[in-house]
Design a protein around this ligand. Sequence first.
Ligand code: CO
Length: 162
Amino acid sequence: MLKIATYPQPILRQTAKEITEFNQELRDLAVEMSKIMYEDNGIGLAAPQVSISQKLVVLGDEDNKSFTAYVNPEITFFSREKVVNEEGCLSFPKIFGLVKRSKKIHLKYQDLDGKLHKVKIKDFTAVVLQHEIDHLNGVLFIDRAEKITEGQDLLEALKAKI
Ligand code: CO
């Protein structure tokens, strides 16, 4: 059973590995990740957050049941136009902060069958994907937050553990 890795577990700072095998194991992992994401009321989850250092992200769909998997995702364009949102993260329970990100992105990724997709994404989904893809590079929302809006004390205590 997968378990969420919380800050400051070192796995969250590692760069995830490219996925080359598109098999049942990968599909099972994506399903398990979507389950744990929904159980914890998350909107997206990256594999390093379940201690698996691979380039896989799942995002919840609007029906709050199904999910979309992004394998080896890469952002090829970031709009200069930015938006600021309050973000949280399943790896940082009870901590929230304001993060500025691009309003629009161009994304290249593979699906669970290995098929390549190139898409333009904007607004909320673009922001969530930027957050999740950061996880694949060991970058966390606290690195980008211009202000911690909730849980500053908690965050300081966690940082002191490093
Ligand atoms: Co996160």
